[in-house]
Ligand binder design. Structure first.
Ligand SMILES: Cc1cc2nc3c(=O)[nH]c(=O)nc-3n(C[C@H](O)[C@H](O)[C@H](O)COP(=O)(O)OP(=O)(O)OC[C@H]3O[C@@H](n4cnc5c(N)ncnc54)[C@H](O)[C@@H]3O)c2cc1C
Length: 79
């Protein structure tokens, strides 16, 4: 089983995560993110200006990891 480490749950990290989780081969995927949620900031103006429910702004990574079958570690990496 191949091991994959993704650091950061921004656009890049979440895009890689969703594609790799959809990939059918066995992968052992770990996501490291300093926040407990992944945010989708392009919707921020709609939440502030148009009354869109703020629930659409972020997703809880612990819950997502259970649903999408990857490991989530909440931590900040160091250079
Ligand atoms: C209000 C707003 C609206 C936007 N609208 C658009 C739009 O409509 N279209 C568009 O193309 N772009 C838009 N952008 C820009 C877009 O959000 C960024 O280009 C994009 O987020 C960059 O993605 P990224 O994954 O490279 O980095 P980021 O989104 O910055 O994600 C980095 C992630 O890594 C985590 N992280 C960082 N350092 C560490 C560490 N040391 N250890 C662990 N975790 C770490 C951070 O917490 C973060 O979750 C918008 C930005 C804002 C603020």
């Amino acid at each position: 089983m191949k091991k994959i480490l993704i650091i950061g749950a921004g656009f890049a990290g979440m895009s890689a995560l969703s594609k790799l989780c959809a990939y059918k081969k066995d992968l052992d995927i770990t996501l490291i993110e300093q926040s407990k949620k992944a945010s989708f900031l392009p919707l921020l103006p709609d939440v502030l200006g148009r009354g869109l429910d703020s629930v659409y702004l972020s997703v809880d990574l612990e819950s997502l990891s259970r649903n999408m079958n990857f490991k989530f570690i909440r931590a900040k990496t160091e250079k």
